[in-house]
Design a protein around this ligand. Structure first.
Ligand code: NAD
Length: 494
């Protein structure tokens, strides 16, 4: 990645104004141009697939199969889905006109927003940069991409490929870290899509407020799991382990902690141990399919989280290799049957401390883990698990493993989260037609498929009220005769 120099900083305002000039020229608006750009994005991925795989291996030790499934194919699915539906989404639709305004005609016309900034994190550095880009291009915008500096090989590759596939400059890349992003955020954009932490999300939203720029914020948080499926314990545990330890737990929608009843803990631990060995072998370090922690800073953040826990699976780690084994822990003194019983109400434990959240007794339950450590929290019941979930910020995802339809409904109706998935984890991200996003502290807005279309375009009502017959006269002074009461009656009907 190029180092920050006054020269690189100087290029940032120019990149944004060039993107705006191109947008203003109208070149990105015709449907054919949008289709061509989506196809260029698809070609960029398919023609350079092995280069993307190599970059992801270098940045995150992502194996080729995982790179294809969780990064490249997700974006290709988004592009293909968009190409299939684009013409229908783009078609102006008739809008309703209330009787009080008759005769008149209304249409709903989608128009692009302008120049869109996409800021991505390091954990899925291809998917989380290019998936929003597909929506941004489909809606006729130009884009400025800011890949994560913490996935340098991917950032470098994208910066090199983009000018070749978008020679007119409809997509531009600005590489760099905090100084470059700060300079970018000082520019005026028409929309910002940010994926990353809540802390930086606040920085982005403050900067966007200066220009009244709307934002889509894809943030994180502690995504909980309720696990009571003893009917198919091993199958469910395998899915849970896969969702948690894929990309070494560095996934925004990774299960963060799992709640189950005290009597199920031993069986769940055994099933997770078996599942981890089935998925990544008895020594995951030796295989090609288990990822690494992205850098030493993240590694050094994770290691102390093990202190004061009981490690029941894994726990070994090696800083030189940034290897951290798939690890399951319990936290002494936390949860039902673990010495300190959970109290009733608002997810608070004995002594009034929340089980999960900033004042939880152990750091592993205080903030998003974002690594391969899975704490098991014993609770009395599904109802108590609901209280724990509701005791803190609304999570990005909530996972329920149960064979009971009643329990599934309990979580759907009594909690709020970006998404709920039953009997699996992560897979909703690949469901192209479903909105992907958080709620409350886990994010603002959503995208994917038609939801990207809504997020990155403006639905403009166009109303035509012909001059003749001049029925508007009835609503204009002087208010005489029966006309006014007729108009008022019609108005109230809506
Ligand atoms: P981050 O917030 O540290 O960084 C994200 C981006 O912001 C990077 O491009 C970085 O260069 C930039 N940035 C960092 N500090 C900045 C600052 N002070 N000012 C301006 N820009 C700055 O996030 P991360 O560590 O890359 O990713 C981890 C977080 O992202 C986790 O919280 C995770 O849950 C979340 N995440 C969310 C999703 C989602 O789709 N909702 C997906 C992946 C990750």
């Amino acid at each position: 990645m190029p180092t920050t120099t006054p020269e690189t900083m100087h290029r940032i305002p120019a990149a944004v104004s060039d993107a705006r000039r191109l947008y203003d020229s109208g070149a990105t608006r015709p449907l054919a141009a949008r289709v061509a750009r989506l196809k260029a994005l698809r070609a960029m991925l398919t023609e350079n697939q092995s280069a993307f795989e190599a970059a992801l291996w270098s940045d995150l030790h992502k194996g080729a199969a995982e790179a294809q499934l969780t990064e490249i194919d997700v974006v290709l699915a988004e592009i293909n889905h968009t190409l299939r539906h684009l013409r229908r989404w783009a078609r102006p639709r008739r809008g309703p006109v209330p009787a009080a305004l008759w005769p008149a005609r209304a249409r709903l016309v989608s128009e692009p927003l302008g120049v869109v900034l996409v800021i991505a994190p390091w954990n899925y550095p291809v998917q989380l940069l290019l998936d929003p880009l597909a929506g941004v291009l489909a809606t006729g915008n130009t884009a400025v991409l800011k890949p994560s500096e913490l996935a340098p090989a991917t950032s470098e590759l994208i910066a090199r490929l983009v000018p070749a596939y978008f020679p007119d400059g409809a997509v531009r890349t600005v590489q760099g870290g905090v100084p470059e992003t700060t300079e970018l955020l000082a520019q005026r954009f028409d929309h910002i899509v940010f994926t990353g932490s809540g802390a930086v999300g606040r920085v982005v939203m403050r900067a966007a407020a200066e220009h009244l720029t709307p934002v889509t914020l894809e943030l994180g948080g502690k995504s909980p799991v309720w696990f009571d499926d003893d009917a198919r314990l091993h199958r469910a545990a395998r899915r849970l382990a896969w969702a948690k330890f894929t990309n070494a737990g560095q996934t925004c929608v990774a299960p963060d902690y799992v709640m189950t009843t005290p009597d199920r803990v031993p069986a769940l631990v055994d099933a997770l141990r078996t599942a981890i060995a089935d998925l990544w072998g008895s020594d995951p370090r030796a295989g090609q399919d288990y990822g690494r922690i992205v850098n030493e800073r993240q590694f050094d953040r994770l290691v102390p989280l093990l202190e004061g826990t009981d490690v029941v699976v894994g726990g070994d780690h090696d800083r030189a290799e940034r290897y951290f084994a798939p690890t399951v822990v319990t936290v002494p003194g936390v949860g039902a049957g673990a010495g300190v019983a959970l109290g009733a109400g608002a997810g608070a434990g004995a002594g009034g401390r929340a089980v999960v959240g900033p004042d939880a007794v152990h750091p592993v339950l205080r903030e998003e883990i974002f690594g391969p450590i899975l704490p098991i929290v014993p609770v009395e019941s599904a109802e108590q698990a609901v209280e724990v979930v509701n005791g803190w910020d609304k999570p990005l995802a909530l996972y329920v493993f149960t064979s009971s339809a009643r329990t599934r409904r309990l979580f759907e109706r009594s909690t709020s989260s970006g998404a709920v998935v039953h009997d699996a984890g992560l897979v909703h991200v690949a469901a192209t037609g479903l909105p992907f996003g958080g709620v409350g502290a886990s994010g603002i807005g959503s995208y994917h498929g038609s939801h990207s279309w809504r997020a990155f375009s403006h639905l403009k009502p166009v109303l035509h009220k012909p001059l003749a017959p001049d029925t508007l006269r009835l609503a204009q002074p002087p208010f005489t005769g029966p006309g006014l009461s007729l108009v008022r009656r019609l108005m109230r009907h809506g």
